[in-house]
Structures are given as structure tokens and as C-alpha cells.
Design a protein around this ligand. Structure first.
Ligand SMILES: C[S@@+](CC[C@H](N)C(=O)[O-])C[C@H]1O[C@@H](n2cnc3c(N)ncnc32)[C@H](O)[C@@H]1O
Length: 259
């Protein structure tokens, strides 16, 4: 498995574009029915834009964004939003039940396949009774493509099983279709550009661990071909959203976080 550092995406323009396209596809910043004074953790915050927008749209909430690298400085960062650098695959530097909403977006490659249960148990530890977790992921399976047959396919079904193992209840799963290319309008164009950046910045470096130089060239050609054909082929991929709640009646000793 590649180390986490290969999943660090410091291309902020592409992260912001991907965020806007993602919000357009799911129809908002979040799905879980959280309260206006929620204590929110954004795991793998990236550009930090989701945290900032949440803090602005819910001024009575408190939002903490964590990432292995600092997001860029924001002018007029809301006072109810802060960022902390930490490795989210280790124990979180927060007390039990500190948050009422954990948001995990496009983070699945950062967690080793065998470590998801532990990661979700950590999320559960820091979520208060009645609190929510929302995970967005994609399986990196591109549909209706000409040249994507050799792409790595990450099976997002795995997430559902791991969440069950970790003791979450009321898990709801939704599937969203993300178009690639202008065939579906401007969101599709943004998603297609992001897809090319993501595959070249993420998949190719990881593939270097496993493939010969000749096969890497083949993979790069495959990416170019797939992206160029996306409009004619009306290509798309899916994202999967998992929303789950911690049982309300769970016994609790300490609660909350202050900042
Ligand atoms: C694809 S980006 C997603 C950013 C943002 N959540 C979004 O949806 O736009 C993944 C983020 O996870 C961060 N990351 C990777 N490994 C990490 C780790 N072990 N701990 C914390 N953050 C990590 C990367 O730095 C990157 O910002």
C-alpha cells in the first residue's frame, strides 16, 4: 500500500474546483440533519473551503478542519473556524464526544484498507451521543469510457461493512452521478478537468510502485484517452455518501470541546 504522503493533494485550485462541483452534485454542503450549533470536525480538510463555508453558513457552530498539511491562509477566516495539523490516521487529539458532526470527504485513499475499522472507531469515540458522521467517497470506477478499462477500481462497498463493524446505526447510503465533460453542462467540465489532475497527480505516482515504466506510459495514455473521449462517450463516475448516527442513549461521561 502506498504511504499516506502520496495522497497529499496540495493543488488548491483543483481542490476548490472539486469542492464546488461536489457541492453542486450533492445539492449542498452536507446531508446529515445537524443542528445550527453543531460542533463539527472536517477530516482531511484540504483547501479548508468546506470548513470555512460551514462556519459562515452556521455562525453558531464551531468548525475544526484537520489535515496533514496546513490549508492556505484565508482572509476573513470566521472566528468559529480553526485548522489544526494532525495525522488523521492516528488517534485524534480530541477528547471523547468532542464533536456532534464528523465530515469526511474524499479521504478514502488516506486510510489503509485494513485500518478503516480503527479509523471509524476513532471517529465514533470523538462523536457525542446522537451525533452524526458523513463520509463521501468515490470508487474510482469510470463508466461509459473508451479507455478506462485498466484503471484501478476502489470498491467503496467496503466502507459500508466497516461502518457496521464499528457500531454505527441507521446508516444511509446514497449514490450520486458525477458527469465528466460538458455534455452535462459546466459542472461536468469542471469534474473532467479535476479528474485529469487527480489521476495524474494521484494514481500515476501510486502506480509507479507496481507497474514497469512501459506500463506507466500506457496508463498515462489511458488517462489522456479517457479524458479526451469523456464528452463524446458521456462518461461519468459515482460518488457514495454514507450518513450514520451514534445512538442517542449512549452513556457519556464528558462532552464537548472548547476553543
Ligand atoms: C482529496 S483531498 C480532499 C480534500 C477535501 N476534504 C475535499 O473534499 O475537497 C484529501 C486530503 O486529505 C489530506 N490527508 C491525506 N492523508 C492525511 C492524513 N493521514 N491525515 C490528515 N489529512 C490527510 C490531504 O492532505 C488532502 O488535503
Amino acid at each position: 500500500m502506498p504511504p499516506t504522503s502520496f495522497f497529499i493533494n496540495n493543488n488548491n485550485d483543483s481542490q476548490k474546483a472539486l469542492h464546488l462541483a461536489h457541492v453542486a452534485v450533492i445539492g449542498g454542503l452536507h446531508l446529515a440533519p445537524i443542528s445550527s450549533d453543531a460542533r463539527i470536525l472536517d477530516v482531511g480538510t484540504g483547501s479548508g473551503i468546506w470548513s470555512i463555508e460551514m462556519a459562515r453558513s452556521m455562525p453558531n457552530s464551531k468548525v475544526v478542519g484537520i489535515d496533514i498539511i496546513n490549508p492556505p491562509p484565508y482572509p476573513n477566516q470566521p472566528s468559529n473556524c480553526l485548522f489544526t495539523v494532525c495525522d488523521a490516521t492516528k488517534r485524534f487529539p480530541f477528547p471523547d464526544h468532542a464533536f456532534s458532526f464528523i465530515h469526511v470527504c474524499y479521504f478514502s485513499l488516506a486510510v489503509h484498507r485494513g485500518k478503516w475499522k480503527k479509523f471509524l472507531e476513532e471517529c465514533r469515540r470523538i462523536t457525542c451521543p446522537g451525533g452524526w458522521i458523513e463520509i463521501h467517497a468515490t470508487d474510482y470506477q469510470y463508466h461509459r469510457t473508451g479507455g478506462s478499462g485498466r484503471m484501478v477500481n476502489w470498491n467503496s462497498q467496503m466502507l459500508l461493512g466497516k461502518m457496521n463493524d464499528a457500531g454505527y446505526t441507521q446508516i444511509q447510503r446514497q449514490v450520486y452521478t458525477h458527469p465528466l465533460g460538458s455534455w452535462s453542462g459546466p459542472v461536468g467540465s469542471v469534474l473532467r478537468d479535476c479528474c485529469k489532475i487527480r489521476l495524474n497527480n494521484l494514481l500515476v505516482p501510486v502506480a509507479r510502485f507496481f507497474l514497469s515504466p512501459d506500463r506507466i506510459i500506457e496508463l498515462e495514455n489511458c488517462i489522456t484517452e479517457m479524458v479526451e473521449e469523456a464528452n463524446d462517450m458521456r462518461s461519468y463516475y459515482h460518488s457514495y455518501t454514507y450518513v450514520a448516527q451514534i445512538p442517542e442513549d449512549e452513556a457519556v461521561e464528558g462532552i464537548g470541546i472548547t476553543f
